[in-house]
Design a protein around this ligand. Structure first.
Ligand SMILES: Nc1ncnc2c1ncn2[C@@H]1O[C@H](COP(=O)(O)OP(=O)(O)OP(=O)(O)O)[C@@H](O)[C@H]1O
Ligand SMILES: [Mg+2]
Length: 339
């Protein structure tokens, strides 16, 4: 078993690999130092850290908007420093920090920028092009009938960000680089966008490197999280559960904060092996059952909402057992066993 509780399977190959990468800007600013980082195919990795710690610089080195001072960067086994930067950028979806839509193009034209640049749009014809744009807008939760013909200034901040995500997906690249893709929206919309993106990611299985300065967003979205410190130093690279339970140093501990214990409830799901049997439990002690895919936070919230000392866990219509607060504690502990 690995740290996330899934049975061991051969690790997928690395899709992005940075080895000994450093970036010093001409004025002497050391933005990134001695960075080793590997992202497996299909994995969603979050880069998180305070402002100015080199997150955007790291992302831009992967698609060569910025050249590293030293080190090597491989994408799908190829050294990107030997690739044609324009071709490389077209094969990697990129959502920039300030969304960056073209203000004088409609939403549809914005979404189809890269396929049209590649000549694919023309080959397929205008009709097929419009269909593809419509499909992408629906994918990110926008109504094409309403939004496809609008201009960026006629959209809300959250809608603009969705268009940015649709545009990055348009050429169907295997790799997506996303720089604070949900940064400009209020917390409620942000949660919804995160959920939609997670659903999308489960279906599309892209390899994603996503930058955020929000630790909650990082542990919610990431399969693994890379915490950057001052001067572009990688302070820790771990699964969300591991990061929250075992911060590598004082900087990371401070960054994940004193409520990291609560955050762990959010990144750990109910473990069917650690439930208690139903025998002897009085029906009046049991709240409404929650599904086995629920997080411990959701299970605990249901317990508190129903004002019950335990909660039933089901798998569809099948009743699996009972989760108690002690069970929550045991599940948190067990989730960190790496053997
Ligand atoms: N072109 C540049 N010339 C000189 N210094 C730069 C340049 N671009 C970025 N920097 C510096 O490099 C460091 C890292 O910048 P970067 O944009 O990678 O940070 P970041 O982690 O993305 O920050 P934020 O969370 O604010 O977006 C900062 O100190 C920044 O001022
Ligand atoms: Mg940045």
């Amino acid at each position: 078993m690995d740290a996330t509780g899934t049975p061991d399977a051969p690790a997928p190959p690395a899709m992005i690999r940075l080895t000994g990468v450093a970036k010093t800007y001409p004025d002497g600013t050391r933005a990134v130092q001695d960075l080793d980082l590997e992202v497996r195919a299909g994995e969603l990795v979050c880069l998180v850290g305070p402002s100015g710690c080199g997150k955007s610089t790291t992302l831009k080195m992967v698609n060569r908007l910025i050249e590293p001072t030293s080190g090597t960067i491989e994408v799908d086994g190829d050294d990107v420093t030997h690739a044609d930067p324009v071709a490389l950028r077209r094969s990697i979806g990129y959502v920039i920090q300030q969304v960056g839509l073209f203000p004088h193009r409609t939403v549809e034209a914005n979404v189809m920028t890269v396929p049209r640049m590649l000549g694919r749009g023309l080959r397929r014809g205008r009709r097929a092009d419009a269909d593809r744009a419509r499909e992408l807008l629906e994918l990110v939760g926008l109504d094409p009938a309403v939004h496809a013909g609008r201009y960026p200034h006629e959209l809300s901040g959250g809608q603009r960000q969705r268009v940015g995500v649709a545009r990055a997906l348009a050429a169907d690249p295997p790799v997506l680089l996303m720089d604070e893709p949900f940064g400009a929206v209020d917390p409620v919309v942000r949660l919804r966008l995160q959920d939609e993106f997670l659903r999308l990611q489960r279906d599309l299985g892209k390899t994603v490197l996503l930058v955020t300065h929000d630790i909650d967003e990082a542990v919610r979205l990431g399969d693994r999280v890379a915490v950057f410190g001052a001067g572009g130093r990688l302070a820790q690279y771990a699964t969300p559960a591991d990061l929250l339970a075992h911060p590598a140093d004082d900087f990371v501990a401070d960054f994940v904060g004193s409520t990291s214990g609560l955050r762990r409830l959010r990144v750990t799901t109910v473990d069917p092996a650690l439930l208690e049997p139903l025998d002897g439990v009085r029906a009046s002690d049991l709240g409404a059952a929650v599904d086995v895919g629920a997080t411990l936070e959701e299970a605990l919230a249901a317990m508190l909402r129903d004002d019950r000392p335990m909660i039933g866990i089901r798998d569809g219509v099948r009743f699996l057992g009972v989760l108690t607060p002690t069970g929550v504690h045991r599940t948190l502990r067990a989730s960190l066993r790496t053997d």
